[in-house]
Design a protein around this ligand. Structure first.
Ligand code: ZN
Length: 428
């Protein structure tokens, strides 16, 4: 027993030596380490260094001591299957600058959070690779603590990020909460920097305007390109805030819109045929029609060819959609414009209402679409699409997220390329 206790004592001394190597703060000392009574965790006492003044958490200046609060536990990075806690009694200071009694700030903690900064950074890095739930399970902690960790890191990142010059932005909407709610996402899509700049509730004029308040008029006025879809509130804000920028309705958004119209035609016709007792030829045709033909498997390609023999609205809409793809092969805006006009003329004669609606919208936004060709050498196409897919993956990985706040944090965390809090050591 004595031997064991002694070994344990030496081990605990070594632990303090290691901590002093990787997690040392002037003004504080590690005093003693021991196993908790259930032997599941290691507890380390922390004390202020003698004659080292506490720092006021409000003004960040040293201040005379007032009293001491009961001991708090700060969770540190787990070690060989043991939870690790730093135990410390926070001092309160009588701060003359703040004219108040204020709790001190400690370099390893962040306000009322129960995890150490080092552990929060550690967890947050894992939460970028795994879902928050998986991260909590892997490190035997709770989902709420992972939330805290990500919130801490993202808050730091947003406070310390530098916008620099922004040449190009893309604005996009995304559905969440089972499709009932929308977020507005604004990306920077410069050639050398692509990142999420802003997440807003809803997809209204007011919500998008907040983004411009955040970056300020000076930066906004220097934006040269804006990509968006045909959502009227976005168009309006862009006209107002980026009047000098080249506004592009980009390929990704137009293709998405076209697919939606085709799907509407198919669903309507399929219902009508079932109702009138026709053979269900359109059944399970959704993906055949929405995928590009070159992406279909051989068997699917046969089925598509079979389907195309029918004289159906869906088939005609499909052919119009496929014909439209040619647009993207043009290099000159002039020729693309001629093609677009001809395509719209054909569609307007088609008597397929969802497609006609698209054609009308295209005529209305003709110049914005042709801007795609005017700008295509300067903007890497598909950037918005790539970011949008990443945003969707982030949302899918986060099935525990119900609230806007969670989604906002998760999206900034994985797509914002935010600066991370500095660390005393790289706890990889
Ligand atoms: Zn103060």
């Amino acid at each position: 027993m004595v031997v064991l206790a002694l070994t344990s004592f030496h081990f605990m001394l070594q632990l303090i030596t290691i901590l002093n190597r990787c997690h040392r703060f002037p003004g504080f000392v590690y005093q003693q380490a021991r196993f908790s009574s259930d032997h599941k965790s290691i507890e380390i006492d922390v004390r202020p260094r003698k004659r080292s003044a506490a720092v006021c958490s409000r003004c960040h200046q040293p201040a005379p001591g007032y009293d001491q609060l009961p001991e708090r536990r700060f969770e540190f990075i787990p070690f060989w299957g043991f939870l690790v806690f730093l135990l410390y009694s926070m001092r309160r200071v009588d701060c003359r600058r703040c004219e108040a009694v204020v709790v001190e700030e400690v370099p390893w903690g962040d306000g009322k959070r129960t995890l150490t900064r080092a552990y929060m950074l550690f967890l947050a890095r894992w939460a970028r690779r795994l879902s928050w739930k998986e991260t909590a399970e892997a490190f035997r902690t709770s989902w709420d603590k992972v939330f805290d960790a990500v919130e801490h890191v993202v808050t730091f990142g947003l406070e310390h990020r530098v916008f620099g010059q922004i040449d190009a932005i893309g604005v996009d909407e995304i559905q969440y909460a089972k499709g009932h709610k929308y977020l507005t996402l604004v990306y920077q899509i410069d050639l050398d920097v692509t990142r999420l700049l802003w997440v807003g509730r809803e997809r209204t004029i007011e919500s998008f305007q907040v983004f411009f308040t955040v970056i300020g008029d000076e930066l906004a006025s220097k934006i040269a390109f804006v990509c968006s879809d045909m959502w009227e509130p976005y168009l309006k804000v862009i006209r107002e805030k980026c009047s000098e920028a080249l506004h592009i309705l980009d390929r990704f958004h137009i293709v998405a819109k076209m697919n939606k119209a085709l799907d509407e035609v198919r669903a309507g016709e399929s219902r009508r045929m079932a109702h009138e007792g026709f053979a269900p030829v359109l059944k399970k045709s959704r993906w055949l029609l929405l995928k590009r033909e070159e992406n279909l498997k051989t068997e699917q390609r046969f089925r598509l060819r079979d389907l195309l023999r029918y004289n159906l609205k869906t088939v005609r809409a499909y052919i119009l959609k496929e014909a439209f793809q040619q647009l993207w092969d043009y290099n000159s805006a002039t020729w693309a414009g001629k093609f677009l006009d001809e395509w719209c003329r054909q569609v307007m004669r088609s008597r397929i209402e969802p497609m006609k609606k698209i054609a009308r919208s295209m005529r209305q936004h003709r110049e914005l679409i042709l801007n795609y060709f005017r700008a295509q050498k300067l903007l890497s196409s598909g950037v918005v699409e790539g970011l949008n897919n990443k945003a969707k993956v982030t949302m899918r990985k986060s099935y525990g997220f119900r609230t806007f706040r969670c989604l906002e944090l998760a999206l900034y965390h994985s797509l914002g390329k935010l600066p991370e809090p500095e660390s005393t050591h790289d706890f990889f």
